[in-house]
Ligand binder design. Structure first.
Ligand code: PLP
Length: 376
């Protein structure tokens, strides 16, 4: 059995061996892709190859693929670079969208965590000012897929541009940039088994894009700064492997089936609607998410509190809140996310640890009730 059952791929997926090798090879090669000498040309060739691999993963053009430092930068670049003052975003977007445009109008989601298209239609009709609409492909906490085709149809009819944060969708469901029809698509390497600190913004040919930083003319004048060649190389290698998809839905279903058998009132969020196959957001009734994460960690199982924020503190999940989940229930929700190296044994280890915690907590509840009854 491996040392850990790592089931937190939506936070960061472990580096794939092919990505590791590509990073090391690029580190060894060195060179600046802007230099005209041999070492520079070698670095340029590494970046070009990775660009082909990343573009190919999402059916995008080479010229429309801009490397960034990750999903956060790609989101910020699209949201500022589109040049639209009026921005509409779903209420369940990642902080890198929500905080990038704090003035954005929030679009509600329903109880399953799916964007309310009627609310989008009303918002678009409420003003003649051309807008930018930003809706993610798959939610990071629940895995729920969003109706991007309908978003694009409504937005186009209203003359709006569309950005889609596909960081949690790419590699899990097939994505074709052209048929998706959006203007901007954000990707992140480390959610696919590539290294942290690399990502991309895909831009439709002809869509406006103002660079958000001043400097050199890298990335065809759209993203200044010497390219992170090792990160980009690892991203390309991971993208090449991610193209085969992720076949873990049966393992995810096994988790959900088993945990609900252990605790009949455990709740799975977004279970009734289309989701990516690797994510489950589930509550263990009455047990705070931090307690679950720590207990499972002691048992060698890595999961995350549904509400964990980037500072590592646990806060109320805006996603579950937007879905109308009561605060006390949301505080007991965790996210379990599978990935390219997940094995059946990891799932069994999770189920055993979850069951043992639930039994422990239930028994201590009973003994507390007994002692209170005796004291009364
Ligand atoms: N968008 C979503 C949906 C995410 O889940 C994340 C990371 O968790 C990001 C964007 C940010 O990506 P990165 O960590 O590459 O900046």
């Amino acid at each position: 059995m491996s040392a850990l059952a790592y089931l937190d791929h939506n936070a960061t997926s472990p580096l794939r061996p092919a990505a590791f090798d590509a990073v090391v090879e690029a580190l060894r090669a060195g060179g600046n892709p802007s230099s005209v000498h041999g070492a520079g040309r070698k670095a340029r060739a590494i970046v070009d190859k990775a660009r082909r691999e990343v573009a190919s993963l999402v059916g995008a053009s080479i010229t429309g693929t801009i490397f960034t430092s990750g999903g956060t930068e790609a989101n910020n670049l699209a949201l500022a670079g589109a040049g639209r003052r009026r921005v509409l975003v779903s209420a369940i977007e990642h902080d890198s969208v929500r905080r990038a445009v704090p003035q954005a109008e929030l679009l509600r989601v329903d109880g399953d965590g799916v964007l309310d298209l009627a609310a989008l239609e009303r918002a678009l009709a409420a003003s003649a000012e051309p807008a930018l609409v930003s809706v993610m492909l798959a939610n990071n906490e629940t895995g729920v897929l969003q109706p991007i085709a309908e978003v694009v149809r409504l937005a186009r009819a209203a003359g709006a541009l569309v950005h889609c944060d596909a960081v949690q969708g790419v590699g899990k469901v097939p994505v074709d940039f052209r048929s998706l029809g959006v203007d901007y698509l954000s990707l992140s390497a480390h959610k696919l088994g590539g290294p942290t600190g690399a990502g991309a913004l895909i831009v439709r040919n002809g869509a406006p894009l103002q660079p958000d930083r001043r400097g050199g003319g890298q990335e065809s004048n759209r993203r200044a700064g010497t390219e992170n060649v090792p990160g980009i190389a690892g991203f390309g290698a991971a993208a090449g492997e991610a193209a085969t998809g992720l076949d873990v839905a049966a393992l995810r279903d096994r988790i959900e089936f088993s945990l609900v058998q252990i605790a009949a009132n455990a709740k799975v969020y977004g279970v009734k609607v289309p989701r990516v196959g690797n994510t489950t957001c589930i509550s263990m009734p009455g047990v705070p998410a931090e307690t679950q994460v720590m207990a499972l960690d002691l048992a060698g199982v890595c999961i995350s509190a549904g509400a964990a924020c980037s500072s590592g503190k646990v806060q109320r999940s805006p996603v579950l809140e937007a879905m109308g989940v009561p605060a006390a229930e949301a505080a007991c929700a965790t996210r379990i996310s599978l990935g390219w190296n997940t094995q059946a044994a990891d799932i069994e280890r999770l189920i055993a640890a979850w069951q043992s915690l639930y039994i422990r907590v239930s028994q201590s509840d009973i003994s507390h009730t007994d002692s209170r009854a005796r004291a009364a």
